[in-house]
Design a protein around this ligand. Structure first.
Ligand SMILES: Cc1cc2nc3c(=O)[nH]c(=O)nc-3n(C[C@H](O)[C@H](O)[C@H](O)COP(=O)(O)O)c2cc1C
Length: 441
């Protein structure tokens, strides 16, 4: 297949990303820890040939956190269970480098890759919530610049450990009694600023060799890290022009790192609202807006300002000067919110509402939603999307009405192209760093 193909991921969020989604008449309030619900959703996504399932994560809550954050599965655990009830779909889990030892991370994703027959992906995040530190015996969270230095070194160690065993190191020769070839087992002996790790890893090289790397930071440091190290980037833009400018910048950085820009997918999140008519789509969109009170909208926005308390500001005054609360937080999103308010001359109320319940291009009939997807894809604002909608039957509506149109137009493949997640994405399996290219000849 030579034509560039759209990529689709499905964000698994039992109770939705908002605060009020669980109150929708069709919502299942216990969905975030309901395995049967996750299994059904995963199987619908796989039947529609989605490239991957995506599980987001964070490691600190307060009573004001959203329902899904308050009570949800640990990503690697749920993905391992889903690996057993799916066959083709990629399994991408978020795990923070700030509070997980690289040796553990390398083991966990290598295990998931073995269990799933080569479908593991790691979304490398640094965490932005200050409170996370207090769950991991630290008083303060790392500052923004340190976090990205730490992320780079962490990933070096994890990827180094994944190469501990060459592909054919485990010989299992019963006749000679040789279980493995010692020449093909390698110690890492990493000594760096943050980590000292001897290795080797106690699990064989996994089917993909190196699980797929996702990244989701969009600040300057985040973009550089993504361009240098990731296979796919999860971003959030509500307008095509914004996405295009990010896309162009990111692909130039990928090229600057000596990599092929087509090997790094830019995947914005999208929450389509689909109706059989425009009027029905609009009614569903209004239903969704009605579930999000202004208090909820403020809380959704506050997450990118380190959970700053917006409740004591005048809702109808211009958006307040709160940039300083975001300095060590989720900068790409907080910058976007500040820009949105400034450019539109918005009040605090308007900013929060537009951010929490954006009116995007993806509201309409199946043809209109497919048109918008095509526009973003061919207009180089996206290489694909992370579909996000947590009402139980919405994924099926998208799968049954929009996906076939995309396939009809030749934008989306009709079946999986290989076995591993790398093959699905069209990415080569990396050669083990210790293997000599001529060794097999
Ligand atoms: C679309 C998107 C999704 C993200 N998902 C997560 C997540 O699930 N867990 C997490 O800890 N951070 C998540 N992040 C945060 C980033 O990984 C990063 O830590 C944060 O954006 C700060 O980095 P930045 O300033 O480079 O954007 C996400 C960010 C974006 C833009």
């Amino acid at each position: 297949m030579t034509q560039r193909q759209l990529k689709l991921g499905f964000m698994m969020h039992g109770n939705g990303t908002g605060w009020g989604d669980w109150r929708h008449p069709r919502a299942t309030p216990g969905a975030s820890t309901d395995f049967a619900y996750y299994r059904r959703q995963a199987q619908v996504a796989e039947a529609a040939k989605f490239d991957f399932l995506f599980v987001a994560d964070s490691v600190h809550i307060t009573p004001k956190s959203s329902p899904h954050y308050l009570n949800r599965f640990e990503p690697l655990t749920i993905l391992s269970a889903l690996a057993a009830v799916t066959d083709h779909i990629g399994l991408v889990g978020t795990l923070t480098v700030s509070y997980a030892e690289p040796f553990n991370v390398a083991r966990q994703f290598a295990s998931l890759d073995h269990i799933s027959g080569g479908r593991a992906g790691w979304n490398v995040v640094t965490s932005w919530l200050d409170g996370s530190a207090r769950n991991y015996s630290r008083e303060k969270h790392y500052d923004h610049a340190t976090r990205y230095r730490l992320a780079a070194e962490h990933l070096d160690v994890v990827q180094g450990l994944w190469d501990s065993w060459e592909d054919d190191a485990l010989t299992h020769d019963k006749a000679t009694g040789r279980f493995f070839d010692p020449e093909k087992l390698h110690r890492l002996d990493h000594r760096g600023e943050f980590f000292q790790v001897e290795g080797p890893l106690n699990i064989a090289r996994s089917p993909q060799g190196q699980p797929v790397i996702f990244q989701a930071g969009a600040s300057e440091a985040g973009r550089d890290f993504a361009a240098a190290r990731s296979d796919a980037i999860f971003v959030q833009f509500d307008r095509l022009a914004e996405a295009q400018s990010y896309y162009t910048d990111l692909k130039a950085r990928v090229l600057g790192h000596g990599r092929d820009p087509e090997d790094v997918s830019v995947l914005p999140g999208a929450r389509p609202v689909i109706g059989s008519t425009e009027a029905e789509a609009e009614r569903k969109y209004q239903e969704f807006i009605a579930l999000t009170s202004i208090e909820d909208a403020l809380l959704i926005m506050a997450r990118s300002f380190n959970e700053h308390d917006f409740s004591h500001y005048d809702l109808d005054a211009p958006f307040p000067d709160v940039a300083r609360f975001a300095e060590n937080s989720n900068r790409s999103t907080s910058d976007r919110i500040i820009r949105l308010a400034k450019e539109g001359g918005l009040t605090l109320r308007q900013t929060a509402q537009r951010f929490a319940t954006p009116r995007t291009d993806f509201v309409g009939t199946p043809e209109q939603v497919a048109d918008a997807i095509e526009r973003w894809f061919l207009g180089r604002g996206a290489d694909g999307f992370v579909y996000n909608n947590s009402l139980p039957d919405e994924l099926s509506v998208f799968a049954e009405t929009v996906v076939p149109i995309l396939q009809e137009r030749g934008l989306y493949r009709r079946d999986y192209l290989g076995t591993t997640f790398r093959e699905t994405l069209g990415l080569a399996k990396p050669v083990n760093r210790y293997s000599h290219p001529l060794a097999a000849e």
